[in-house]
Ligand binder design. Structure first.
Ligand SMILES: [Zn+2]
Ligand SMILES: [Zn+2]
Length: 232
């Protein structure tokens, strides 16, 4: 059965040292097929230069696909360029295969059997951002990831009947994030099997978890470096 790992902000992106987290889960770097970047905020893209350095040091030669909407890719590119000329002399650096996806509902973010990833715009204020739906063709498993967003019907659609919804719960009532209760309402409306809350603010999380469970009982806190199966 396929599994997934929570490496920082959610189910994609490269805030901080995402490959160190991958290795901490007991996985190696070489099988990484590509990188999906959702939006331009630091906690989602600042680790890109380090990601490149690490796959190079790991001996990768084949190109690395980096997929995302234009503003997210532009930010990744700027972070990489900021380290010029440091990486200019690096022999055998794998080429970056920038793959821009449309900022629209149903955009194909990734298609490489058995995984298909579709994106849809979410509500993150002035910052263009996308949520993601990961579908596994063989096993008929679906994972949805809200990314950073206020509760939105876009995520309800993305997550419809998913096995797991990974939803952020970073916010208060009025900003461009969701409360735990808001995430739970999205999970209930999408009729998912399980909700994992991620991106919570620091401090005691038990009250937020209780609030979410009062609306959507099968809710858990997504553990950093946690490995999850799709089974309910
Ligand atoms: Zn953000
Ligand atoms: Zn974030």
């Amino acid at each position: 059965m396929p599994a997934f790992h929570l490496l920082g902000t959610g189910a994609a992106d490269c805030g901080g040292d995402v490959l160190q987290r991958l290795q901490a889960c007991g996985l190696s770097i070489d099988p990484v097929d590509g990188l999906l970047v959702t939006h331009a905020h630091m906690d989602h893209v600042s680790g890109f230069p380090l990601f490149m350095e690490k796959i190079w040091l790991d001996g990768r030669e084949r190109p690395i696909p980096v997929c995302g909407i234009e503003p997210a890719l532009a930010q990744a590119r700027r972070t990489w360029d900021a380290f010029t000329p440091v990486h200019e002399g690096w022999e055998g650096l794998p080429p970056i295969d920038w793959r821009e996806v449309e900022h629209e509902r149903g955009a194909r973010m990734w298609t490489s059997a058995p995984w298909t990833v579709t994106a849809a715009p979410v509500d993150h204020g002035d910052t263009p951002n996308v949520g993601l739906r990961f579908e596994h063709a063989d096993a008929d498993h679906v994972l949805a990831y809200s990314c950073d967003t206020a509760p939105t019907s876009s995520v309800v659609r993305l997550a419809q009947d998913a096995d797991v919804l990974v939803h952020e719960a970073n916010g208060g009532e009025t900003d461009n994030h969701s409360t735990a209760a808001g995430a739970a309402e999205v999970a209930a409306e999408a009729d998912v099997d399980r909700l994992l809350l991620v991106h919570l603010p620091p401090g005691d999380k038990s009250k937020r978890l209780r609030e979410a469970r009062s609306i959507f009982p099968h809710t858990d806190l997504g553990e950093e470096l946690g490995t999850y199966s799709f089974a309910a």
